[in-house]
Write a protein that binds this ligand. Structure first.
Ligand code: KIV
Length: 271
C-alpha cells in the first residue's frame, strides 16, 4: 500500500511539493464525521466537502439547492473527524458568483465556522474578482474548471466538456489565470485526457482530475460513488472499489429477519 505518511499534516505547500516530486495526490469527498475519520485514517491527502452533498446526502437532483449553512454543517462535522488530511469546502451556488464582497463573506464564514483549510469555487475568468478577493484575505482557493455542475442549466447536459478547440483554449487560459492569481490547485472535471495533461503541464499548481485521465497530478471521486453506495450513477470515469450499497441492504435485511424471528437480541446481548 503506497500511502506516504511522511507528512504529519497535509498543507497546500505539501501538495505543491508532491506535484514537483511527481507524487500523485489522492482526494475524496466526505460530508460527515464518521466517514471523514475513516478516510483520514486511511491516509487521504485531501478531503473535499463537496456540494455533491446536495445529491448524495440530501437527495437533490443537482448541486444548486444546498445552502451555505448546510455546507458549514457538513464541513464542521468533517473537521471533527480528521487529523492529517487537508480539508477543502465548496462554496455553494449563489454565494460567490454575483459579487466579490459576498464571495469573501461566504468564504470567511466557512473558514471561521467550520475550521476548514480552504475553499473551492467553480469557474474561470467570470469569477476572477471573487477569487482574488478571497485570496487577498489569506484564504487558500482551489479552482474548478471543465464540467462545473453548478452551471448545469447553462450546459443543459453532463456530457464531456471542452472537446471543441475554442472551449479547450478558453479552459487552458482560465487554468493559467487561476495559477497566476494564486490558487493552490485546480480540479478539472470530465474533459478529454489530452487537454487535461496539457493543462497540468502548463500550470505550476497541482491539477486534480475527475474524468480527466491519468496525466494529471491527482484524482478525486465522490465517496458514495466509489464505495457503491450510489448505484444509479455510473459514468465511464468511475471505478467502484466496493459494493457497499448491496452489503448494507443485506445487513439491514438480516437485522430485520433477526428481529422478526426473535433471534436478536440473544442471551449475551442483554443485561
Ligand atoms: O462536489 C463535488 O463532489 C465536486 C467533485 C466532483 C470534484 O466538486
Amino acid at each position: 500500500m503506497s500511502v506516504n505518511k511522511e507528512h504529519k499534516r497535509i498543507t497546500t505547500q505539501v501538495l505543491k511539493e508532491m506535484k514537483q516530486k511527481g507524487e500523485k495526490i489522492s482526494m475524496l469527498t466526505a460530508y460527515d464525521y464518521s466517514m471523514a475519520r475513516i478516510i483520514d485514517q486511511a491516509g487521504m491527502d485531501v478531503i473535499l466537502v463537496g456540494d455533491s452533498a446536495s445529491n448524495v446526502m440530501a437527495g437533490h437532483e443537482t448541486t444548486l439547492p444546498i445552502t451555505l449553512d448546510q455546507m458549514i454543517y457538513h464541513a464542521s462535522s468533517v473537521m471533527r473527524g480528521i487529523k492529517r488530511s487537508l480539508v477543502v469546502v465548496d462554496l455553494p451556488f449563489g454565494t460567490y458568483q454575483g459579487n466579490s464582497k459576498e464571495a469573501l463573506q461566504s468564504a470567511i464564514r466557512i473558514m471561521k465556522e467550520s475550521g476548514a483549510h480552504a475553499v473551492k469555487l467553480e469557474g474561470g475568468s467570470e469569477i476572477k474578482e471573487s477569487i482574488t478577493r478571497i485570496l487577498t484575505a489569506g484564504i487558500p482557493v482551489m479552482g474548478h474548471l471543465g464540467l462545473t455542475p453548478q452551471s448545469i442549466y447553462k450546459f443543459g447536459t453532463y456530457v464531456v466538456r471542452a472537446r471543441e478547440d475554442e472551449e479547450a483554449e478558453r479552459l487552458l487560459q482560465d487554468a493559467k489565470m487561476l495559477d497566476e492569481v494564486g490558487c493552490f490547485a485546480i480540479v478539472l472535471e470530465k474533459i478529454p485526457a489530452e487537454l487535461a495533461a496539457k493543462v497540468a503541464a502548463s500550470v505550476s499548481v497541482p491539477v486534480i482530475g475527475i474524468g480527466a485521465g491519468g496525466d494529471v497530478d491527482g484524482q478525486v471521486l465522490v465517496v458514495h460513488d466509489m464505495l457503491g453506495i450510489t448505484q444509479e450513477f455510473s459514468p465511464r470515469f468511475l471505478r467502484r472499489y466496493s459494493d457497499m450499497g448491496d452489503q448494507m441492504v443485506n445487513a439491514v435485511r438480516q437485522y430485520i429477519d433477526d428481529v422478526k424471528s426473535e433471534d436478536f437480541p440473544n442471551e449475551s446481548e442483554q443485561y
